[in-house]
Design a binder for this molecule. Structure first.
Ligand SMILES: [Zn+2]
Length: 121
């Protein structure tokens, strides 16, 4: 029997979207408090009776998050066009090797009202 686990992080980052017309607000540099939600699936590990230790998730994510937090995302290698879609994929590709077979999805909320996930369920 598999379980699903989610853990959220928040980063403060600046960005601009370079392929938009100059009159689009996202073409200008601006900031977001991005919420990052990692979703994991897996069986219970015994004797702990958990899938993955939340503390382990936090500590393994710190080096990745420090590349993004309080930075201009456009300056991060691989994120020259830092849409939420590209940010989801960037995090998914970097974080997947940390938990092989367990990380199933990365979700980004750039505002409380928007949400983007990769890959789709
Ligand atoms: Zn934006």
């Amino acid at each position: 029997m598999k379980y699903e686990l989610k853990q959220q992080f928040q980063i403060e980052s600046a960005r601009f979207l370079p392929h938009l017309s100059k009159d689009h607000p996202c073409s200008r540099i601006h900031g977001h408090s991005f919420v990052i939600i990692l979703t994991f699936q897996g069986p219970l590990k015994q004797p702990e009776a958990w899938v993955i230790d939340y503390h382990e998730i936090s500590s393994k994510m710190q080096p990745l998050l420090s590349q993004l937090d309080h930075r201009t995302l456009n300056d991060v290698p691989g994120l020259n066009n830092p849409t939420s879609e590209n940010l989801c994929r960037w995090i998914f590709e970097k974080a997947t090797p940390l938990w092989p077979g367990f990380l199933t999805r990365v979700t980004i909320k750039e505002t409380p009202l928007t949400e983007c996930s990769y890959p789709c369920a």
